[in-house]
Design a protein around this ligand. Structure first.
Ligand code: SAM
Length: 335
C-alpha cells in the first residue's frame, strides 16, 4: 500500500488534486495528464468515456441545462415523470464519427504506454458506437479481449420510424436496447511471456476470480443506477456501484496495484475502488464534476450493495452483511 501511496503522490504533478482514502481525484484533461505519466505504471483502467465525444463539450452541456437539447435528446415526460436527457449518438455525422475514432486512437496509444504489460481496460460503450470504439482501441495498440454485457433496460431504440409512426406502426427503426456493452482490452504481454510469468512479474495479465472461486463472467445482470446513488452524485452518466465494484474487483487479478478512471465524472469508479480498499486515480476535466466527485466518492463508497456477495470475503456473514463489511475500514479480521 505504501508503494501505491508514493505512486499516487508522484502522479499529482502540478494539478489540483485531492486524496480520498487510498485514492486520488485529479482535475485535469486526461490526455495531457496521461502524456506525462512514466511508462508501465498502472495496473488497470475502468472507465466510462464520453461516447459521443462532444456531449461533454461546454456548449452541449449548456444546451442540456437549458433544455435545448443539442446532442442531448430530451425525452417526453410520461406518467407525470420527467425523464433525464440522453445523448443522441445516432445524430453523429461522418466527420463526428471520424473525430470519435481519432479521439480513441490517440487515447489508446497514451493508455498503452501508461499500462503495465498485461494490464486490463474495461470501457463502457453502447451498441451503436461499440464497433467504432473497438476498432479505434485496437488501432491504438490494445488487444481486444471480449465484452462484458451489462444487462440493463435502456431508453435507447425501439422507436417507430420518425415522422412515419402512423404509416408503419409495426416497425421499429432500431432494437430496443436491453444491454450496455463494456469492451475488455489488454496491453499485450511481452513476446513469449505466459500469463503466469506476467502475474509474477507485474501482478497483471488475468482477471480476478470471484471470492467463491468462480471465474469472472462476462454477463452481469444489472439495473438502472439506484435513486439513492443518483441523489448523491448528480452526473448524467452515473454508473451503479453494484456493477462497478464487480469490474474494479476483477480488473486486478491479485488484488494489488492501481486502477485508473481517466473520465471520472462524479467518481463512481473511484468510489467502487474505495469500497474494495483498492487504490484508484480518477481524472476529470470539468470543474463542476470534479467538485461533485470529492463529496460523492466517500458517500458512494459507503453504500451497501445488495446481492453481490459472490465477490466478497467469505467471513461467515450473509452477502448483504459482507458488502457492508467491505466498506472502508471494514472488519479488520475479515480475510
Ligand atoms: C460518461 S461521463 C463518466 C461518468 C461517470 N461514469 C460517473 O459515474 O460519474 C464522462 C466524463 O468524462 C469527462 N471528460 C470528457 N473529456 C475528458 C478529458 N479529456 N479528460 C478528463 N475528463 C474528461 C466528462 O466531463 C464526463 O464527466
Amino acid at each position: 500500500m505504501n508503494n501505491n501511496r508514493q505512486l499516487l503522490e508522484s502522479l499529482r504533478f502540478d494539478y489540483e488534486a485531492s486524496r480520498i482514502g487510498n485514492s486520488l481525484a485529479i482535475h485535469a484533461n486526461c490526455f495531457e495528464w496521461l502524456a506525462r505519466l512514466p511508462e508501465d505504471c498502472l495496473h488497470a483502467i475502468v472507465t466510462d468515456p464520453p461516447y459521443g465525444v462532444k456531449e461533454y463539450d461546454v456548449n452541449q452541456l449548456a444546451k442540456r441545462a437549458n433544455g435545448n437539447g443539442g446532442i442531448w435528446r430530451i425525452p417526453p415526460s410520461f406518467d407525470g415523470h420527467v425523464r433525464s436527457p440522453l445523448p443522441r449518438f445516432t445524430a453523429l455525422d461522418h466527420d463526428e464519427r471520424r473525430r470519435l475514432y481519432n479521439f480513441f486512437v490517440t487515447w489508446a496509444k497514451l493508455v498503452r504506454r501508461a499500462l503495465l504489460p498485461g494490464g486490463h481496460v474495461f470501457i463502457a460503450t453502447n451498441a451503436f458506437i461499440a464497433q467504432l470504439l473497438y476498432d479505434a482501441l485496437v488501432d491504438g495498440g490494445l488487444e481486444f479481449r471480449g465484452q462484458v454485457i451489462r444487462l440493463v433496460r435502456t431508453l435507447r431504440g425501439g422507436d417507430r420510424p420518425k415522422n412515419a409512426e402512423e404509416e408503419f406502426p409495426g416497425v421499429s427503426s432500431m432494437p430496443r436496447g436491453c444491454y450496455e456493452p463494456w469492451g475488455i482490452f489488454r496491453k499485450s504481454l511481452p513476446t513469449k511471456m505466459t500469463v503466469g510469468e506476467c502475474l509474477r512479474r507485474y501482478a497483471t495479465g488475468g482477471l480476478r476470480r470471484t471470492q467463491d472461486d468462480k471465474p469472472f463472467a462476462d454477463l452481469i445482470p444489472s439495473e438502472r443506477t439506484p435513486k439513492k446513488e443518483r441523489l448523491i452524485a448528480t452526473h448524467p452518466s452515473l454508473k451503479p456501484q453494484d456493477f462497478l465494484r464487480k469490474l474494479v474487483y476483477a480488473s486486478l487479478p491479485l488484488g494489488k496495484g492501481t486502477v485508473l478512471d481517466p473520465f471520472m465524472g462524479s467518481g463512481s469508479t473511484v468510489a467502487a475502488a474505495e469500497a474494495l480498499e483498492i487504490s484508484c486515480i480518477g481524472v476529470e476535466r470539468h470543474r463542476e464534476y470534479f467538485e461533485i466527485s470529492l463529496k460523492a466518492i466517500p458517500k458512494l463508497a459507503a453504500i451497501v450493495v445488495p446481492q453481490a456477495g459472490a465477490l466478497l470475503p467469505t467471513c461467515g456473514a450473509s452477502s448483504d452483511e459482507t458488502w457492508g463489511l467491505l466498506r472502508r475500514r471494514s472488519n479488520p479480521q475479515c480475510c
